[in-house]
Every structure is written in C-alpha cells, then in structure tokens.
Design a protein around this ligand. Structure first.
Ligand code: ZN
Length: 99
C-alpha cells in the first residue's frame, strides 16, 4: 500500500472523479481507503423512539486503485516510488513524507 493516513488524494473514477480529499483511513488487507467527503452513501433510517428517522450519510471505503496521491511538494497527482521505506514523487522526485 503506497497510501498513508493523512495523504491528500484525488479520485480517478466513479461519481466522485476529480474530487480531492484527505485519507482518513487505510485498509491494507482489503486494499481500500476512506477519503474525507468522498463516496458518501445515503442510508434511509427508519424512525425509532430515540431518533426521528430520515437520511443518514455515511462514508464508505473505496478501492485504493481508484485514488491517486497528490504530491505535497509539486501539488500534482503523482505516482509514488519507494526507496528505503521512504516514498518519493515520480514527478518532482521529492520525498513525500516529512522528515
Ligand atoms: Zn511531486
């Protein structure tokens, strides 16, 4: 998994294509990510005694392959290379993670 929590990513495909957001969570086992404000599913909730019912918005994880990292150095959607455990942007060759 080349993505980490806190990364800025852009969505490549689907209804949220082109949108940007922060990675809230990474699920390495399923290769999925949770992106802030992206892939929100609306769920209808039946009224209960405590809750009046209505529509609940819930964020759903999406495949990591559908997002691409935005390099914090050059601000472009970039591929990532790894070297000695550190991540580098393939566009500007700068390190992505802060020292
Ligand atoms: Zn870069």
């Amino acid at each position: 998994m080349k993505l980490k929590k806190g990364d800025q990513v852009v969505v490549l495909s689907g209804k949220d294509a082109g949108k940007k957001g922060k990675l809230l969570k990474v699920f390495p086992k399923t290769q999925k990510v949770l992106v802030e404000g992206i892939n929100i599913k609306k769920k209808h909730q039946r009224p209960t005694q405590k809750f009046g019912g209505g529509i609940i918005e819930k964020q759903a994880p999406m495949p990591a392959a559908k997002v691409q990292l935005i390099c914090p150095r050059c601000s472009k959607a970039a591929r990532v290379s790894r070297n000695d455990g550190r991540r580098f942007c393939k566009k500007c060759k700068e390190g992505i993670d802060k020292e």
